[in-house]
Ligand binder design. Structure first.
Ligand SMILES: Nc1nc2c(ncn2[C@@H]2O[C@H](COP(=O)(O)OP(=O)(O)OP(=O)(O)O)[C@@H](O)[C@H]2O)c(=O)[nH]1
Length: 804
């Protein structure tokens, strides 16, 4: 029976043979306490539980389009490995990895969850990642520290929009992968269709290691193409949990058609592998050239492993996680074909030798223990009660404890060796993407080695910069809205809550509105902002008010322009005097970057000290954060600093201020064009509802690019301005009786037409009106109109609105 206690902090004890480990649970999470049993009986000692040999570790992620079955597959893995005694279900909201209240209520994964378990003689550190496009950053930061991944597909849908995104992310981090065609039990599930779509859309070479026995309702098992064994799941009398299956050689007499199919599939696999692996090709061309049946399964498996690690092809398996079929062979394949941490090559490891080098990749906030920082150790070891040095923050921090993660529960451990992932307690400064080493001296020594290396290779790597493990690029948010506490007295609490949430979620941006002083929340999508709002209420007990969701437009310039500015100010007894002259030009080519490219005229660069250059660049960058027309970031501009004269006593702050003012003048002169986010939209809709969906798209300035067939459904691929997509899910649901699904992803920024631009300007600027309100009226007025109010001065409000 499942224990559903929720509440404050508690401790329980886990026994590894005779050693008792303390297990703690994050207190603030609304969780159902799961029944974790002790690890499998063949674990020899505590040491082998905590830090298995590196070759026996698999750090893997589960990634896919939304609803492909990642969490269901993960839950089965935990069950078969013995870490949970009862199977949870996404639809019942009781899986181990979806432990946040919002995840359980909505049946979707929002944050990645790490679990550690053993399968046969291997330690698997697994991260279940979200599939919704609003949480793509969450996927990427996990991929950054993983050595391999399982891409899960809905076998009735093949490759879907978000699969492409996560596949590209895995390509970027060069992660070897296995494909798992899930939902083989579903109506319209098709192994052939899914494989074909992997070939076509992911442009990869699938290696079919299994064939399904039956499809949709008749799906009952698999054939292992490598060993020619059939695997059939047999329900026991009262429990069909998938633990009971039979593996035996497939004989021609069992099923002559299937036998022939498997024979052909094995021959094709051998030819494919021989094409991609020279060592195996020699074997095939030598003594076994006449009869492929004689090629030993282990030789074929080793070659498939080499090919997978080199990312020349991807093994494909299939099953139905929900119907408890195919997960144990998937676990075997993870240990067989995905790399151990020491099989991945990282250039930086040679600079650290045996010193500690770790990457912080995720932060969780625990109300009692403070920030819990997830780290992956690449070299050296981590020990509790020790000091570590954060290279990004240039600070030394003390780590008090080390914990192994089991979703929302953790086990305290005495050390962490290379290749492993764990949680640290006590690191207050470290954030996602920070590189952690043992001491400042160790960082300097590694920087020296890296510098020597760079010199030998004639590359320019500047000292400590080369030591930073690449973090994760955080895309600019596309939505924003104001957020208000219920009363001024709770503003500080709200600020604290937001800063904790920001550390957990680097894609969440919080900034003050320079006009009104209000807090602005910027996020990756409607769902993202909704979840943050909900978390503030549940986890921090603050009922906040959100302004209407607005689009994060961009600004750019139409022409080149020059401007000159003189700043002459005396502060105290010091005279600060700067004269700056800049030219701005639109950048050709599509970059969509808000970072201006800065060039110096020869007469400036010749005499420019480094600190002064920093001040100039600060001024230029700051002026691009808020464009001159509507205050949106300015993108795609080149800047030339044509001249600069600075009085000897002038502070760098004054230089920045003067350059920034000069830039604002130049930008205004150059003429501003507003750019709006253009989204890639993919709608999967039945033939019956296709015309309704297309007619609606036409009214949303949608540009339909392609209509594809996906089994019995149609997939509409279109580009639509984000401004037209507010509340689209409700409209699409009513148009298609809830049968259609869609994904939306930022494609680019496009220029607004002059009419659209002036309509936007009117909407946003309107009239300047002064009103006197008391506090209660302000709040209710704000909810109804969603206008922009200054938090600081409640009584006298100045805002812009065309409505009044
Ligand atoms: N028919 C069928 N349904 C499945 C299977 N696996 C999962 N499902 C269902 O698909 C839905 C989504 O499952 P999840 O495991 O939450 O999928 P997910 O990929 O983790 O979803 P997100 O994390 O929200 O992207 C649930 O209703 C599951 O019950 C399967 O093998 N067959």
């Amino acid at each position: 029976m499942r224990d559903n206690r929720c509440s404050g902090a508690y401790l329980k004890y886990m026994y590894f043979r005779n050693t008792k480990l303390r297990v703690t649970t994050a207190p603030q999470r609304n969780c159902s306490l799961r029944n974790y049993s002790s690890p499998p009986g063949d674990v020899k000692s505590l040491q082998s539980v905590i830090n298995p040999h590196i070759s026996r570790i698999r750090n893997i992620g589960i990634m896919a389009h939304i609803d492909a079955g990642k969490t269901t597959t993960t839950e089965r893995m935990l069950y078969y490995s013995g870490y949970i005694r009862t199977l949870g279900d996404v639809d019942d909201g009781d899986t181990v990895t979806d432990f946040m209240a919002q995840e359980r209520e909505r049946g979707i994964t929002i944050q990645s969850a790490a679990v550690t378990f053993d399968w046969k003689d291997y330690r698997i550190n697994l991260i279940d990642t979200p599939g919704h496009v609003d949480f793509t950053v969450e996927v990427e930061r996990c991929l950054r520290v993983l050595d391999g991944a399982v891409a899960v597909f809905d076998a009735s849908a093949g490759v879907e929009a978000q699969t492409l995104t996560v596949w590209r992310q895995a390509d970027k981090h060069q992660i070897p992968r296995i494909c798992f065609l899930n939902k083989m039990d579903k109506n319209r599930a098709s192994f052939t269709y899914a494989v074909e779509s992997i070939k076509q859309k992911l442009k990869t070479k699938p290696l079919l290691l299994q064939l399904p026995i039956g499809e949709a309702k008749t799906f009952r098992g698999l054939v292992d193409v490598v060993t020619k064994e059939q695997i059939i799941w047999k329900p026991t009398s009262d429990l069909d949990d998938g633990k009971n299956f039979e593996r035996k050689l497939l004989l021609e007499t069992d099923d002559p058609n299937l036998f022939q199919e498997v024979q052909d599939a094995r021959n094709t696999l051998i030819e494919q592998v021989a094409d991609l692996d020279d060592e195996f090709a020699e074997l095939v061309l030598g003594e076994n050239s006449e009869n492929f049946d004689l090629i030993p399964a282990d030789k074929l498996q080793s070659a498939i492993r080499r090919i997978t690690l080199a990312q020349k092809a991807v093994p494909v398996l299939c099953g139905s996680a929900l119907k408890n079929k195919g997960v144990q062979p998937l676990l075997d394949a993870i240990t067989l074909y995905l790399p151990a941490p020491n099989e991945r090559s990282y250039e930086f490891l040679q600079w650290y030798k045996d010193d500690l080098c770790a990457l912080a990749f995720k932060v969780l906030h625990d109300k009692c223990r403070g920030p819990l920082v997830f780290v992956r150790v690449y070299s050296g070891s981590l020990k509790p009660q020790s000091a570590v040095y954060n290279i990004n923050k240039s600070c030394t921090e003390r780590m008090s404890r080390l914990l192994l993660p089991f979703a929302d529960q953790q086990i305290e451990i005495p050390s962490l060796m290379p290749g492993n992932i764990a949680l640290t307690v006590g690191l207050k400064q470290s954030a996602t993407g920070d590189t952690i080493v043992s001491s400042k001296a160790s960082a300097i020594a590694a920087a020296r080695r890296a510098g020597r290396d760079a010199g030998e290779k004639k590359r320019s790597v500047s000292g400590v910069d080369s030591l930073l493990l690449a973090g994760v690029e955080i895309p600019e948010p596309v939505f924003f809205c104001t957020i208000e506490p219920p009363s001024m007295a709770r503003q500080q609490d709200l600020d604290n809550a937001l800063s904790c949430l920001q550390r957990e979620d680097p894609s969440l941006k919080v900034k003050p509105d320079p006009d009104t002083g209000q807090t602005i929340l910027c996020g990756m999508g409607e769902l993202h902002i909704e979840i943050i709002h909900d978390r503030i209420k549940r986890e921090y007990g603050i009922e906040t008010y959100l302004g209407p969701l607005q689009i994060a437009y961009r600004e750019t310039i139409l022409n080149a322009a020059q401007a000159k500015d003189i700043l002459d100010k005396t502060v105290g007894d010091k005279r600060h005097c700067v004269t700056a002259e800049v030219e701005v030009r639109p950048r050709s080519g599509k970059g969509a970057t808000t970072k201006p490219i800065i060039i110096y005229a020869d007469n400036v660069s010749e005499v420019l000290p480094k600190e002064l250059q920093g001040a100039i660049e600060n001024g230029i960058t700051n002026s691009c954060i808020q464009g001159p027309l509507l205050g949106f970031p300015v993108q795609d501009i080149d800047v030339t600093v044509q001249s600069l004269t600075v009085h000897p006593d002038t502070s760098h702050t004054m230089v920045s201020a003067c350059v920034s003012r000069c830039m604002q003048k130049a930008l205004k002169k150059a003429g501003i064009q507003i750019l709006e986010p253009l989204m890639n939209l993919e709608i999967t809709v039945s033939e019956d509802h296709l015309s309704a969906a297309l007619a609606d798209l036409a009214q949303r300035r949608g540009n339909i690019q392609e209509i594809q067939s996906r089994q019995d459904n149609r997939v509409v691929v279109a580009a639509v301005p984000l401004a037209e997509m507010m509340g689209y899910s409700t409209v699409l649901r009513s148009l298609t009786s809830g049968s259609a699904t869609f994904t939306l992803e930022l494609a680019s920024y496009q220029a607004l037409s002059s009419q659209e631009q002036s309509a936007l300007l009117q909407r946003r600027m309107g009239l300047i009106i002064k009103i006197n309100f008391n506090r209660r009226h302000v709040t209710s007025f704000m909810i109804h109109c969603g206008l922009r109010f200054p938090t600081a001065s409640r009584a006298r409000i100045i805002f812009w609105s065309p409505m009044l």
